[in-house]
Ligand binder design. Structure first.
Ligand code: NAP
Length: 311
């Protein structure tokens, strides 16, 4: 159904990087299509209840509102967004193919901006109880934990932001962290340490999650003493980092051992005309502000690549 049309650029993934690439590409009058697998564009950012470090919004802005603004700004310039999951990309020459669940799309350049997905703990009971007291999104599920005792696993920015948000609902929150110092930004650490609802269980990991129909308990192991305790809880929220959503690109472009896409300074991958932007690529800092910069650079680089293709 889609094989008649040839796009100048197909952007895969509609988070901050993809939507910015879409804005720049449509303003450059490239015939552009953005493919997004979720019903709403916005990527992981849409789950952030408050973003305080994206410049231009003193007092902060919710992830949902920021992403709605980015989407409508890109649409204003004619960006077309289609739904669906991409299964693969091919094409080392001028013409490239995007393998889509409903058929193939053809184009001359591609920007991969598929972001990253939350890691799991990989412990017994986790798979069975996901959605039954185990959550990877406090903003989405916070209300279900109203007046409950919950564990939150992780010590990064996401973990601390989610912990602070969850204290609006929960009775008590125990942060389980595998070390005795947090990775999160100092400003978030300070707020978490001051919050009376939050307790920290240092040097501790979750060994097993139990419960018949919903989460009822967790086995926690202290890594320094080896002691294992059983803790009665109503829920577990897991924020232990992310993994790049790059499976579909494996074999097509070069990835690092963790699956992040390798790019040069112009964000071009190992294949000319295929670019990567945002959290899916190997980079130092994964933030909305850096994703936006990536999106702009990748779109500009794609435009220059397409100019070179012209006879
Ligand atoms: P992250 O920075 O990778 O932190 C993951 C946390 O989970 C770390 O504390 C890590 O412990 C812990 N962890 C990892 N694997 C674990 C395991 N198997 N068992 C137990 N604990 C485990 O991930 P993130 O917090 O999702 O952040 C991802 C990126 O987005 C970062 O670059 C972050 O700065 C950025 N981000 C920024 C903001 C913001 O600026 N407002 C908000 C959210 C995310 P260790 O510390 O021991 O490694």
């Amino acid at each position: 159904m889609n094989d008649q049309e040839v796009y100048d650029l197909i952007i895969i993934g509609g988070g901050p990087a993809g939507l910015t690439a879409g804005l720049y590409a449509t303003r450059a009058k490239l015939k552009t299509l953005l493919l997004e697998k979720l019903p709403l564009p916005g990527g992981q950012t849409i789950n952030a209840w408050m973003i305080e470090n994206y410049p231009g919004f003193p007092g902060g802005i919710s992830g949902q509102e920021l992403m709605q603004k980015m989407e409508s700004q890109a649409r204003e310039f004619g960006l077309v967004i289609a739904a669906g999951d991409v299964k693969g990309v091919t094409g080392n020459g001028g013409m490239k193919r995007v393998v889509h669940e409903e058929g193939d799309y053809w184009c001359r350049s591609i920007i991969v901006s598929t972001g990253a997905t939350p890691n799991r703990l990989g412990v017994k009971g986790e798979e069975r109880l996901i959605g039954k007291g185990i959550s990877f999104c406090g903003t989405c599920d916070g209300f279900f934990f109203k007046d409950k005792d919950v564990i939150l696993v992780g010590g990064g920015d996401t973990a601390m932001e989610e912990a602070l948000f969850l204290t609006r609902f929960v009775r008590h929150l125990s942060v389980v962290h595998r070390r005795d110092t947090l990775r999160a930004a100092k400003v978030l650490q300070e707020r978490a340490f001051q919050n009376p609802k939050i307790e920290f269980l240092w040097d501790t990991v979750v060994e097993e999650i139990g419960g018949e129909k919903t989460v009822e308990k967790a086995l926690l192991k202290n890594l320094k003493t080896g002691e294992i305790v059983e803790k009665n809880i109503d829920g577990i929220l897991i924020f232990v980092g992310t993994k790049p959503s790059s499976d579909f690109a494996q074999g097509a472009v070069d990835l690092d051992p963790r699956g992040y896409i390798l790019t040069d300074e112009n964000l071009e991958t190992s294949v000319p005309g295929i670019f990567a932007a945002g959290d899916v690529r190997k980079k130092l800092l994964r933030q909305i502000s850096t994703a936006v910069g990536d999106g702009a650079t990748a779109a500009y680089a794609a435009e220059k690549y397409l100019e070179k293709l012209k006879p």
